[in-house]
Design a protein around this ligand. Structure first.
Ligand code: G4P
Length: 547
């Protein structure tokens, strides 16, 4: 089936591709679930992933994941809201798997940062925010759990501004919090959405009142509506809460902060929504606002779209490789983010790195553990392609004319270990398994540059090591012994002057990464500072592009 350039552009404009970043327990799973409920992709709450109470889960496909009750691998969840097709890149919340989250962010056009209203910004959120800032990914903020007591909304905004040096622009404003939470005011329309404490609707069906009218009468239920059950608090307290919210909203309006698209896209501004994912409150306001604000899919090469009358070619890049996704098939799936054009089943593409022409016979849409065949895909969509060894992490694929997207970076590891296979007879399987897991990005591997060429495994979190050991044993029947090494930081280095040698801190180790780039491992923050100070002729990278 052929399509026109206009249809292709229309498909692009009606797509949104984003990832949620948060500290564990802030409510990422609950928010994901509620968004999927809105889009009709799931029918019951609790279907997304085992929260503490529900361990069997859609995106928990891996045995280890099930055992630990944490989400290790990212999957893509899709849903449609009105005419917008939304791709939600699901990411593991646990710190130890943040490398996977970092990589997944490379395929997102926008990130939604979920903050627990009671706890404010927590360490993992901060780290993930910094990755977004470094990679130029705009961030929308969702302040969750406003049905619980916590600091004032002004304090939360000021914390975001201070910690991230970013302008925080609220689009709605909570009236009261915790047990005294009465609702949310939509700042643009000056409508108050009344919180119904007893509503058990799976949708946000909140009633609305004009904010000015509520203030004048000092009563959100000034027009009698017996279907709304506001929290029962005294008249005086209610009047105080309304007055306080009115003052805060005045302050916000007075500050003159307004959403500016260019500032938001540059990462100088974040748009802030308040809500409660668990009670669905504020969800619809958030979803509609999100669709307006999140940019439609773009690619570094989109100029091409505007200049030619031809249909833009299909192109994309691999941001994730996952082997043995389906234990029944033991295959290797490369996840490609479509950047331009339309993907069609049985399409021939060129791999930019190798120049090889390969056929993409069948693309898969992976929803948790389930797989569906996709006949076509558009910019912003994620396709899973079964690829026995042809595709690597960071590869660009294109249909006709060469393009090259930035590679998927390696992120700074924080824990290190030596690894060996104690059974000589399983060495071959061990080497093959380790190579595949490194190519997949499940873990990083460095080789010592000395005579022994010893292998050093490196990861952002120790659970990654458990996954490697577990998968080597279960998927390749290759036992592995790991021993923790004392390194704490890795830096990739470069120097243009061949006559200058690197002054290494005591105990540092020179290595090469899996792709052959030189790096150094050091044993403390202090050593790292020494390294940077004593080697002015060198440049050091904490994040490294794989090509
Ligand atoms: P995560 O994926 O970011 O780790 O968080 P998750 O959604 O699993 O939520 C963590 C806990 O916070 C859950 O409770 C969840 O019910 C609760 N929660 C999420 N959103 C809200 C909200 O808007 N208001 C309130 N009050 N609570 C919220 P749990 O007891 O740890 O788990 P469960 O027993 O509910 O599964």
């Amino acid at each position: 089936m052929t399509i026109t350039k206009k249809q292709l552009e229309n498909a692009r404009l009606h797509r949104r591709t984003f990832a949620i970043i948060s500290h564990p327990d802030a409510g990422k799973t609950t928010l994901t679930e509620k968004l999927l409920l809105f889009g009709g992709s799931i029918e019951v709450a609790g279907a997304v992933r085992g929260r503490k109470s529900q361990r069997t889960a859609r995106s928990d496909w891996m045995e280890l994941e099930k055992q630990r009750g944490i989400s290790i691998s990212s999957t893509v969840l899709t849903f449609t809201f009105e005419s917008t097709h939304i791709n939600l890149l699901d990411t593991p919340g646990h710190h130890d798997f943040s490398e996977d989250t970092y990589r997944t962010l490379m395929a997102a056009d926008c990130a939604v940062m979920v903050i627990d209203a009671a706890k404010g910004i927590e360490t993992q959120t901060e780290k993930l925010f910094r990755v977004c800032a470094a990679r130029g990914i705009p961030v929308i903020t969702f302040v969750n759990k406003i049905d619980r007591p916590g600091p004032s909304s002004l304090e939360i905004l000021s914390q975001i501004e201070k910690e991230f040096s970013i302008e925080a622009v609220p689009v709605n404003w909570p009236v009261g919090n915790g047990p005294d939470f009465l609702g949310i005011v939509d700042i643009a329309t000056d409508q108050m959405h009344l919180y119904d404490a007893e509503s058990s609707d799976s949708r946000d069906t909140s009633r609305q009142r004009g904010w000015a009218e509520v203030l004048e009468s000092n009563d959100p239920l000034s027009i009698d509506d017996s279907s709304v059950n506001l929290p029962s608090i005294g008249q005086h307290l209610q009047a105080d809460i309304l007055l306080h919210a009115a003052e805060e909203i005045e302050l916000v309006k007075h500050a003159g902060l307004s959403y500016q698209r260019d500032k938001f896209l540059r990462g100088d501004q974040t748009v802030v929504f308040f809500g409660s994912a668990l009670t669905n409150f504020g969800m619809e306001l958030f979803l509609r606002g999100f669709i307006d604000i999140c940019p439609p899919p773009t690619s570094p090469q989109t100029d091409e779209i505007g200049t030619s009358n031809d249909l833009p070619q299909f192109s994309g890049f691999v941001f994730k490789i996952q082997a043995n996704l389906d234990p029944m098939h033991r295959d290797r799936v490369a996840f490609i983010r479509v950047c331009t054009g339309r993907f069609e089943r049985d399409m021939d593409v060129t791999v930019a790195r190798s120049g090889n022409r390969i056929r993409l016979p069948r693309a898969l849409k992976v929803f948790g553990r389930e797989r569906f065949t996709m006949d076509e895909a558009f910019p912003g969509d994620i396709i899973g392609v079964v690829c026995p060894g042809e595709l690597r992490l960071g590869d660009t694929v294109f249909e006709r004319s060469p393009v090259l997207y930035p590679g998927v970076p390696q992120f700074p590891p924080e824990v290190f270990a030596s690894i060996r296979c104690p059974e000589t007879s399983r060495r071959k399987q061990f080497d093959r398994g380790l190579d595949q897991l490194v190519e997949e990005g499940a873990v990083q591997l460095f080789w010592g540059t000395g005579r022994q060429r010893d292998a050093v495994l490196a990861a952002v979190g120790e659970l990654q090591f458990d996954v490697v050991r577990f998968r080597l044993e279960s998927e390749y029947k290759a036992p592995a012994e790991l021993q923790k090494l004392p390194y704490t930081h890795a830096r990739w280095y470069r120097c243009n002057d061949r006559n200058v040698s690197l002054a290494c801190p005591y105990g540092a180790k020179l290595v090469k990464d899996f792709f052959g780039s030189p790096a150094i491992l050091v044993q403390s923050e202090w050593d790292l500072k020494q390294l940077l100070r004593n080697n002015p002729g060198f440049s050091f990278d904490a994040i490294h592009e794989t090509r």
